[in-house]
Design a protein around this ligand. Structure first.
Ligand code: ATP
Ligand code: MG
Length: 273
C-alpha cells in the first residue's frame, strides 16, 4: 500500500503523521519506506538522519541520477527505511518542469522496489506543484491531515480540484484514505463544526481517530526520534497507534483500565472506547 500524505496547506501535521505512523507500522512488524519529497526535509531529520552526511537523496532519484535503491537508507527504528530529502530538491520543481515523464518519476522508481515494503508513506510538500503531483501519481491512497479551523475549509475545494486533475490525467485509481484531524480539541465548537462540514464534503472519509495537540509530538523531532521512541506513553503516541490500527482495520489490543481518571466524564467515555 502506498499512501501519500498531502495537503497544500503548511504546518498541518503531514510530516508528523508520516514519521509517527511509519514508526508505528514498523514496530508492528511491517516493512516501511518513508519517502521524503519535501525540500524542507523534515521527515529526514525527524528520523534523526543528518542531511550533510547523505550521499544521495530524493533529488538524485527524481532527476534520474541514481536508482532509488541507492538512495534509500535504513534507520535505527524497527522496520523503517527512508528515502531522504535535502534542500537541492527545491530546484527539482523547475528542472522537472521541462523533463519527460515529469509527474511519474517517483512512481516509476517505486515500481522497482515496492515489493520490498508492506507500506510506503510519502511526505508531500505544502504546495500543489510537481513534487506533490509525483507523490499523488505514485500513491494508491491519500491521507489528508487537516486542522479543525475555519480556514481549512477554504483549502478543501483547491484540494478537490487537484484530486480531479490527478485522477483524470495521471492516476485514475487514486483514492482518499481519509481526512485526519490533527491538533484536535474535541471540546471546541469550531472543531466539531469543521468536522461536520468536512464530513459533508467527503462523506465517510473522516478518520475516527483524531490526533490531539500533544507537546511530545512536537518535541520528538528535535531528538531525531519518532514519538514511540521518545515518549511511548504520551497521548500523541497513543493517537498514532490508534490511527495505525484504524488504517489496518485491526482491533487494537484491550488496554488495562487506569484506576484513576482525572478528566471529564465525556472524555473518560471516549478514552475507554
Ligand atoms: P509543512 O507543510 O511545513 O511540511 P507539515 O504539514 O508537515 O508542515 P508538521 O511539520 O508535521 O506539519 O507539523 C507542524 C508543526 O506542528 C511542527 O512543529 C510539529 O511538531 C507540530 N505538530 C504537529 N502535530 C502536532 C500535534 N498533534 N500536537 C502538537 N504539535 C504538533
Ligand atoms: Mg512537512
Amino acid at each position: 500500500m502506498i499512501y501519500a500524505v498531502g495537503n497544500q496547506k503548511g504546518g498541518v501535521g503531514k510530516t508528523t503523521t508520516v514519521v509517527n505512523l511509519g514508526a508505528w507500522f514498523g514496530s508492528h512488524g511491517k516493512r516501511v519506506l518513508c519517502v521524503d519529497i519535501d525540500p524542507q526535509g523534515n521527515t529526514t531529520t525527524g528520523f534523526g538522519i543528518k542531511k550533510r552526511e547523505l550521499k544521495y537523496s530524493s533529488y538524485d532519484v527524481l532527476s534520474g541520477k541514481v536508482k532509488i535503491t541507492d538512495a534509500i537508507i535504513e534507520t535505527p527504528f524497527e522496520g523503517v527505511s527512508v528515502l531522504p530529502a535535502t534542500d537541492d530538491l527545491a530546484g527539482a520543481e523547475i528542472e522537472l518542469s521541462r523533463a519527460e515523464h515529469r509527474t511519474s518519476r517517483l512512481k516509476m522508481q517505486l515500481l522497482t522496489c515496492k515489493d520490498q515494503y508492506d507500506i510506503i508513506l510519502i511526505d508531500c510538500p505544502p504546495a500543489l506543484g510537481l513534487l506533490t503531483l509525483n507523490g499523488l501519481t505514485a500513491a494508491n491512497e491519500l491521507i489528508i491531515p487537516m486542522l479543525a479551523e475555519f480556514y481549512a475549509l477554504e483549502g478543501l475545494s483547491q484540494l478537490t480540484n487537484t484530486l480531479k486533475i490527478v485522477r483524470s490525467s495521471f492516476n485514475p485509481s487514486l483514492q482518499i484514505a481519509g481526512i485526519l484531524f490533527v491538533m484536535f480539541d474535541q471540546r471546541l465548537n469550531v472543531s466539531r463544526q469543521v468536522e461536520a462540514e468536512v464530513e459533508k464534503y467527503f462523506p465517510g472519509k473522516v478518520f475516527r481517530t483524531k490526533i490531539p495537540r500533544n507537546v511530545r509530538l512536537s518535541e520528538a523531532p528535535s531528538h531525531g526520534k519518532p514519538v514511540f521512541y521518545y515518549d511511548k506513553a504520551s497521548k500523541g503516541a497513543e493517537a498514532y497507534e490508534e490511527l495505525g490500527y484504524e488504517l489496518l482495520k485491526e482491533e487494537p489490543p484491550k488496554k488495562e483500565k487506569k484506576a484513576f481518571f482525572f478528566g471529564r466524564k465525556k472524555d473518560k467515555e471516549k478514552n475507554e472506547k
